[in-house]
Design a protein around this ligand. Structure first.
Ligand code: 2SA
Ligand code: MG
Length: 423
């Protein structure tokens, strides 16, 4: 399979970075196609821990990295990340990284708007505060500046005037300080000197690579249930997060025919606000959090934990065209007496297997569970299906049945080869 698209199938933090790292070995090129520096991957390569937000993980394996048009790029964050990685021993220049010239620029005023909008919400979303939502909002509102326009100071000035007029009006209305054009323009022109060498028509580069038979790996950020259309709206991010986004967010239309691999934790977690039907607000949930190390990579916020929701997963699989699942953190369930899987919901006494769109209905649904016996043996580091206890195999089989997609990979530990390949 020449094109593989890795996306999260739940609410993020499923371990996509680890799976991308594993698959990067046989790829020629690794592509980001959505989100921005709200993504966060922690990777252990050769005993060294790396943290990436905007850079594609494949760079750590010496593969060409591409930041596609579907990403909102904060030049300050990108340059800081490149400098940090260089200081840690990995130099990344335009030979290693291409950035789409038609990607959207994320400005400091977007970050201020993110904070102001979040404070003004009746119910906070719990955004990452990186300005992601306002930047995508500007793209849809046709006010955004695209990276290619960093090349011409006069054009940039004109675009920035227009964008800032709007940002300042909104910031003032929300009682926040406004931004001045000149210092912002000066900073952008300074950053442009270093950003411009990376800019390429990435869609063209990718199509040529594809035509030459290169293997292209797509690295999704966030996850299906945070998708701006199909996720648990309005508690979502502002970009498309599913496999279909890989085609439009990179300009490689044929990505739509790639293998969509959905990464899924053996239980469920969520950070930030929003619905979570199978959330466990008890000792069982606390146990998952402690054993799974479920604390945010960047902020350290404790993640909400709960049972696997196979109904939502099945919806993600169907909406996203997910062809197979990579199941992560199975070992966190070791030693539990019993495991529950949500198979559907009860709404006003009626069973349904789809998650309702209406907020009022969402408030009234109750998850319906099936209970499976747990296993007492350790699955940590298992590298073949035979090495798993039968009850663990039964749990995996049941997930595949309920979700309607085969499990093609199981990761069982932090080591790169702590993985069971099933296809
Ligand atoms: P935003 O900042 O507008 O995208 O936030 C909107 C909602 O989306 C959630 N969100 C995330 N949830 C989990 N992981 C995220 N990214 C990193 C990752 C996090 C990390 O992929 O692992 O560093 O561990 C992510 N990005 C956005 C957010 O919590 C809001 O609910
Ligand atoms: Mg994460």
């Amino acid at each position: 399979m020449n094109k593989v698209i890795v996306t999260g199938a739940q609410w993020g933090d499923e371990g996509k970075g680890r799976i991308v790292d594993l698959l990067a070995e046989t790829a020629d090129c690794v592509v980001r196609f959505n989100g921005g520096h709200n993504a966060g991957h922690t990777l252990v390569v050769g005993g060294k821990t790396w943290k990436l937000a905007l850079l594609p993980c494949g760079l750590l394996r010496g593969k060409l990295g591409v930041i596609g048009n579907g990403v909102v790029v904060d030049p300050q964050a990108l340059l800081a990340e490149i400098d940090r990685i260089a200081a840690e021993g990995l130099a990344i220049g335009p030979e290693q990284l291409a950035v789409a010239d038609n990607a959207t620029l994320l400005l400091p005023s977007h970050i201020a708007l993110d904070a102001a909008q979040e404070a003004a919400r009746t119910q906070a979303i719990g955004t990452t505060g990186r300005g992601i939502g306002p930047a995508f909002e500007d793209r849809a509102g046709r006010r955004a500046i695209r990276l290619a326009d960093l090349a011409d100071p006069a054009v940039l000035r004109g675009r920035l005037e227009e964008t800032l007029r709007y940002h300042n009006a909104v910031l003032a209305a929300l009682g926040r300080p406004v931004f001045e054009l000149e210092p912002m323009l000066a900073a952008l022109l300074e950053q442009a000197r270093r950003i411009l060498p990376y800019l390429r028509p990435a869609w063209k580069l990718l199509n040529e690579a594809d035509e030459a038979g290169r293997r292209i790996l797509f690295e999704g950020a966030q996850a299906m249930l945070l998708d701006v259309e199909h996720g648990t709206y309005p508690f979502v991010t502002s970009s498309g997060t599913g496999p279909a986004q890989a085609a439009s967010g990179s300009g490689l239309g044929s990505a739509a025919r790639g293998h969509a691999l959905g990464v899924c934790k053996a239980y469920a977690t969520r950070v930030g606000g929003g619905p979570f039907p199978t959330e466990l607000d008890d000792a069982v949930g606390d146990g998952l959090r402690e054993r799974g190390g479920e604390y945010g990579t960047n902020t350290g916020r404790p993640r909400r934990c709960g049972w696997l929701d196979a109904a939502l997963l099945r919806q993600s699989v169907r909406v996203g065209g997910i062809a197979s699942l990579a199941l992560t953190k199975l070992d966190v369930l070791d030693g539990m007496d019993e495991l529950k899987i949500c198979t559907g919901y009860r709404l006003d006494g009626v069973l349904r297997d789809d998650y309702p769109a209406g907020l009022a209905e969402r408030g009234r649904i109750e998850p319906v569970y099936e209970t499976l016996p747990g296993w007492q043996e350790s699955t940590r580091g298992a590298r073949s299906l035979d090495a798993l206890p039968e009850l663990a195999r039964a749990y995996v089989r049941r997930i595949a049945e309920l979700v309607g997609a085969p499990v093609s990979l199981i990761s069982t530990g932090a080591e790169r080869e702590d993985v069971i390949r099933l296809a």
